[in-house]
Design a protein around this ligand. Structure first.
Ligand code: ADP
Length: 626
C-alpha cells in the first residue's frame, strides 16, 4: 500500500476540487500588481495560485513586467505579449509611427517630431536650422529622453541641437530621442497635465482591442510657463510624471474629485465642458490616436511574437494592458507622448508624514480606475463559458448583498468593497472547506460577518447562500434546462469599463492603415524558424528569388549590396544591439527601396502596395504550383 505525503494528498485534493468552471490565475509574478489583481480575484471568485501552480497549468498568468518572467507557460493566457516591452520603448514606438507618417502623412500627425540620437544628429541639426529659416521668430525647445527610459528619468530640455553634443561625451554609448517640446499645452488651474489612458490589447490575430472609459490625469506641481532658458530646468513645471512630482513639496494628495495632483480623466473632461469646450470631441480624438497607434505597432508585435516562441512549444495566448500617455494642446488636440507596456497598477499613494518617513495610503482615485480596469480585463480574456459562470456567481453575490442591504439598514453606510470582501471570503474558503470541515469554515465566516455586521441574521444568510450555491451547480451542469431565479433580475453590476475600438467602432478607419501587416507576413515567411534574430542574407536572397524580383530588374549583386547597406544603416541606428540579420524595420526599408526602383507610383503607399501585391501574387502562384 502506498502512502502519500500529506502535502501530496492536499494537492491531490485541491486539484480534484477545483471545479471545471473555475478560473485559475497564477499571480506568482504579479509583484506590484498583486494588490489590484487580488481584489479582482475576490470580486470574480477566481482561484489564485500566488506561488504558481505545479500540478497543472492556470487559465491566466499575471506578470508585473515581462512576458519572459515566466519561462513560457504552455497554454493559458499571459498578460504580456512577447517583445512588447521593446516595442513600447521610445525608439521603436516612434520609428513605427514615423514609418506610418511616411505612408499617411496627414493622418499620423498626433505625436511630436522625433529624431534618434546620436545617429540622426546631423539630420536633427539641419532640420532645426531649416525650421528657423522658415520662421524667423521660432523659439522651439526640444526635449531629450533616454532611449529606454521611464518615469521621467534622464529627461532634459534644450534650445539648440548643439547643446546635445556638449552633454553627449559624458553619456557615451547612450541613445536618446529628441523631440519637439510641445509648449502650447492646455492648462487646468495653470498646471500642465497629461492623461494616462488604458488600452487592452486582447488579441493580435484577429486584432481586437479596447479602451478603458476612465483614466487618470497627472498634474505637474509648479504652475506652467512656456519654456525659457531660466525655467527649462524646472522638472516639476515641465514634466507631469507622478513618480517625479510626488516628491514635490506642492504635490496635492486631495481626494476631492476636481482637485489634487492626480485626478480622474472624467473629472478633467467635466472641467473641459465647464470651460465651454466639447469633451466628447476630445475623447473621440483620443480614441482615434489610440487606434492609429495600435495599428502602427501591430506589425512589429506580430514579428516579435513569431520570434519569441521556440519551435515545438504549445503557445499560450496573450493580452496586455497598455498605458498611453497623452497631452492636450491648447486647442485640445491630443498628442501621444508614449506607451507604457507595464503601466503602474499601484493603488496606494506615497505620503511623507515627517521628514524621511513615508506611509502608503490607499488612493480612491487610483482604485476607482484600476480595479474596474483589471476586473473587466480578466472577464474579457476568460473563455466565454467560464466568464458566464463567473458573472453568474458574481451576480448572485450582488443579489445577496442587496438582500442584506435591504434588511439591514446599518449596512448601507458600509463601503461596498468591505461587504464584497466579507462575502467573498466565504467563497475563497470553498476549497479549504473540504479539508477543514464546513463547521470550522462557517465559524470563521460567522466571526468575520459578526465582526463587520453585528445585526445580520447569519443562520438565515448562510442557509440562503448554501441553497443558492447548490442550485447554481445544477444550473451549470444542465445549462438551459433550469430556470435561474436570478436570470431575470437586473445584473446590478457596474457597467463594463472597457469599450471595444476594434473590430467594433473603428474597423473601417483602422483597416485603411493596416498595410504593414502584409509586409510583416512576408518577413515572417522568410525569417524561417522561430527564435531567429532576424532575416539572414540567405533568407533575403530567397525572398528576392521566390518573389521573382529579378523580373523587376533586381540583380543578385544589387541584392547583396542592398543587404549590406541596410545592415550597416540599422546597426548605426541601434548601437550596442548589432546583429548580422535584418530587423523588420530594415526589411521595410528594403521594400521601400525596391518600391522606389521598380514600382513607381504617385505616392509612397501606392508604391509599397505595388511591391507587396506583386510579392504576394508570386508566392501565391508558387504555392499553387507545389
Ligand atoms: P518617461 O517615459 O520617462 O515618463 P515621457 O515621454 O512620458 O517619458 O515624458 C515625461 C514627461 O515629460 C511627460 O509626462 C510630459 O509631461 C513631458 N513631455 C514628454 N515629451 C514631451 C513633449 N514632446 N512635449 C511636452 N512635454 C513632454
Amino acid at each position: 500500500m502506498s502512502h502519500s505525503s500529506p502535502r501530496r494528498e492536499r494537492s491531490r485534493f485541491m486539484k480534484r476540487h477545483i471545479s471545471k468552471h473555475a478560473v485559475t490565475i497564477d499571480t506568482s509574478k504579479a509583484r506590484s500588481n498583486a494588490d489590484v489583481v487580488k481584489m479582482c480575484v475576490k470580486e470574480l471568485g477566481l482561484i489564485e495560485f500566488p506561488c504558481g501552480r505545479k500540478d497543472a497549468g492556470c487559465d491566466i498568468y499575471w506578470h508585473e513586467l515581462h512576458f519572459d518572467d515566466n519561462p513560457s507557460p504552455s497554454g493559458g493566457k499571459v498578460n504580456k505579449f512577447p517583445g512588447m516591452e521593446d516595442i513600447c520603448s521610445k525608439m521603436t514606438l516612434f520609428r513605427c509611427l514615423d514609418t506610418m507618417r511616411e505612408l499617411y502623412p496627414t493622418d499620423y500627425d498626433f505625436y511630436p517630431r522625433t529624431w534618434y540620437l546620436p545617429a540622426q544628429f546631423e539630420k536633427f541639426s539641419s532640420e532645426v536650422q531649416k525650421m528657423k529659416e522658415k520662421r524667423k521668430k521660432l523659439r522651439q525647445t526640444f526635449i531629450i529622453k533616454p532611449y529606454g527610459g521611464s518615469s521621467g528619468e534622464g529627461i532634459y530640455l534644450l534650445k539648440e541641437p548643439k547643446d546635445y553634443i556638449s552633454a553627449y561625451p559624458s553619456k557615451r554609448g547612450m541613445c536618446h530621442v529628441a523631440q519637439e517640446y510641445m509648449a502650447n499645452v492646455y492648462l487646468i488651474d495653470d498646471f500642465k497635465f497629461d492623461f494616462r489612458i488604458y488600452v487592452v490589447l486582447k488579441s493580435l490575430e484577429p486584432l481586437e482591442f479596447y479602451i478603458c472609459k476612465e483614466g487618470l490625469a497627472r498634474f505637474s506641481t509648479v504652475p506652467y510657463q512656456s519654456p525659457t532658458k531660466k525655467n527649462m530646468h524646472e522638472t516639476f513645471m515641465h514634466l507631469t510624471n507622478y513618480s517625479l512630482n510626488k516628491r514635490s513639496k506642492t504635490f496635492s494628495h486631495s481626494e476631492e474629485v476636481d482637485e489634487g495632483s492626480k485626478r480622474t480623466l472624467s473629472s478633467v473632461m467635466s472641467r473641459i465642458d465647464m470651460n465651454g469646450q466639447d469633451s466628447r470631441q476630445v475623447w473621440e480624438d483620443i480614441e482615434n490616436v489610440v487606434c492609429k497607434t495600435v495599428v502602427a505597432i501591430v506589425p512589429e508585435a506580430k514579428v516579435a511574437m513569431h520570434r519569441s516562441i521556440a519551435p515545438g512549444k504549445s503557445d499560450p495566448t496573450y493580452f496586455q494592458v497598455l498605458g498611453f500617455d497623452i497631452l492636450l494642446l491648447n486647442d485640445l488636440k491630443p498628442i501621444l507622448l508614449e506607451i507604457n507596456g507595464s503601466p503602474s497598477l499601484f493603488m496606494d499613494s506615497e505620503q511623507e508624514i515627517s521628514p524621511g518617513v513615508t506611509k502608503y495610503v490607499r488612493s480612491t482615485k487610483d482604485e476607482e480606475v484600476k480595479f474596474p480596469l483589471i476586473r473587466d480585463t480578466l472577464l474579457l480574456v476568460m473563455s466565454p463559458h467560464k466568464r458566464k459562470h463567473c458573472e453568474k456567481k458574481r451576480r448572485k453575490r450582488m443579489m445577496h448583498l442587496k438582500k442584506l442591504r435591504s434588511s439591514h439598514d446599518s449596512l448601507i453606510a458600509r463601503p461596498s468593497s468591505e461587504v464584497m470582501t466579507c462575502i467573498q471570503t466565504y467563497d475563497d474558503k470553498e476549497v479549504q472547506d473540504v479539508e477543514k470541515g464546513k463547521e470550522e469554515v462557517e465559524d470563521t465566516m460567522n466571526q468575520q460577518m459578526s465582526d463587520l455586521y453585528v445585526d445580520v441574521d447569519l443562520p438565515q444568510f448562510m442557509e440562503n447562500y448554501h441553497s443558492e450555491n447548490e442550485h447554481e451547480q445544477e444550473n451549470v451542469i444542465e445549462e438551459g434546462e433550469h430556470h435561474d431565479p436570478y436570470e431575470d433580475d437586473e445584473p446590478h453590476l457596474e457597467d463594463n469599463c472597457l469599450k471595444q475600438l476594434y473590430p467594433g467602432l473603428y474597423r473601417e478607419e483602422c483597416d485603411q492603415f493596416r498595410t504593414l501587416e502584409r509586409a510583416a507576413r512576408l518577413y515572417i515567411n522568410f525569417v524561417g524558424v522561430r527564435k531567429s534574430p532576424g532575416m539572414s542574407s540567405s533568407a533575403f536572397r530567397t525572398f528576392v528569388r521566390k518573389c521573382e524580383l529579378s523580373k523587376k530588374g533586381l540583380t543578385n549583386a544589387a541584392v547583396d549590396i542592398m543587404y549590406i547597406d541596410l545592415q550597416r544603416r540599422w546597426d548605426h541606428m541601434n548601437p550596442g544591439s548589432s546583429t548580422t540579420c535584418l530587423s523588420f524595420q530594415a526589411f521595410l526599408d528594403a521594400c521601400f527601396e525596391i518600391a522606389r526602383n521598380s514600382f513607381s507610383a504617385p505616392t509612397k503607399i501606392e508604391m509599397l502596395n505595388g511591391v507587396l501585391s506583386y510579392c504576394e501574387s508570386q508566392l501565391h502562384l508558387k504555392e499553387n504550383e507545389t
